[in-house]
Write a protein that binds this ligand. Structure first.
Ligand SMILES: Nc1ncnc2c1ncn2[C@@H]1O[C@H](COP(=O)(O)OP(=O)(O)OP(=O)(O)O)[C@@H](O)[C@H]1O
Length: 221
């Protein structure tokens, strides 16, 4: 009963939608950092190295499926009315509107990953982090810090994915994100992404106890 086709009448209680995490299930890992810090680069390596350990939660969206997209796999494709009702009953960790469609990460989608004894990776920004802090899922918080704003700009420019306007927007947001990442008590680990191989190894080392735990849970299942 995870699909977005679920009728509004089925989703009447938040209890059903957000079951408490079972004891010993792998906790989620939050990976945050300014745009261009290297989160995707780290995560790509991590998923490649541990394909059975990590998973992303399946997001909800009100946009229509594209050819080949599967409900419950690529997204939980959801009617706007249903999604708005879910937002109102506080079922999302974060949600946003892009191009006229709603997107969001539900608490249920995160606990579904844990229920498979996998570590759910949450690649989220400040507001999402703060929302997660107020829940009882107690994730590990990791922040990816660029060596400097100058290096960040260089990397974003060479990534070649941004217009000048979106680049400036990212840079403007980067500074406050970096301050947030450096705030004492907010993150369990801050990884400065200078030399990629060395930084990735540090990142992985922070996650290792959780990786070992998830493997143990999988073996015992
Ligand atoms: N240590 C590094 N040294 C040099 N280049 C790097 C390093 N880490 C990442 N990069 C490059 O910097 C660019 C930004 O990295 P990446 O796309 O992983 O950032 P991101 O944090 O996922 O950004 P966004 O939030 O915008 O998705 C990429 O082109 C990537 O190849």
């Amino acid at each position: 009963i995870v699909t977005s086709c679920m009728s509004a009448s089925v989703r009447t209680t938040t209890i059903m939608a957000n079951p408490p995490a079972k004891k010993d299930q792998p906790r989620p890992i939050v990976v945050s950092g300014p745009s261009g810090a290297g989160k995707s680069t780290f995560l790509k390596r991590l998923f490649k190295e541990f394909p059975d350990v990590f998973a992303l939660s399946v997001s909800h969206t009100t946009r229509k499926p594209r050819t080949g997209e599967q409900d419950g796999v690529d997204y939980h494709f959801t009617e706007r009315e249903v999604m708005e009702q879910m937002i109102a009953s506080d079922e999302f960790v974060e949600h946003a509107q892009f191009g006229g469609n709603l997107y969001g990460t539900s608490k249920r989608a995160i606990s579904d990953v844990a229920a498979q004894n996998r570590i759910c990776i949450l690649d989220i920004e400040r507001q999402g982090c703060e929302n997660v802090r107020n829940l009882d899922m107690q994730p590990l918080f990791v922040f990816v810090q660029p060596p400097s704003v100058e290096v960040l700009e260089q990397r974003l420019r060479s990534r070649n994915t941004e217009t000048e306007e979106s680049l400036q927007k990212r840079l403007a947001e980067a500074e406050s994100a970096m301050v947030y990442g450096a705030t004492p008590g907010k993150f369990d680990h801050v990884i400065v992404n200078d030399d990629l191989d060395a930084a990735y190894e540090k990142f992985k080392a922070c996650l290792m106890p959780d990786i070992e735990h998830a493997k143990k849970m999988q073996a015992a299942a």
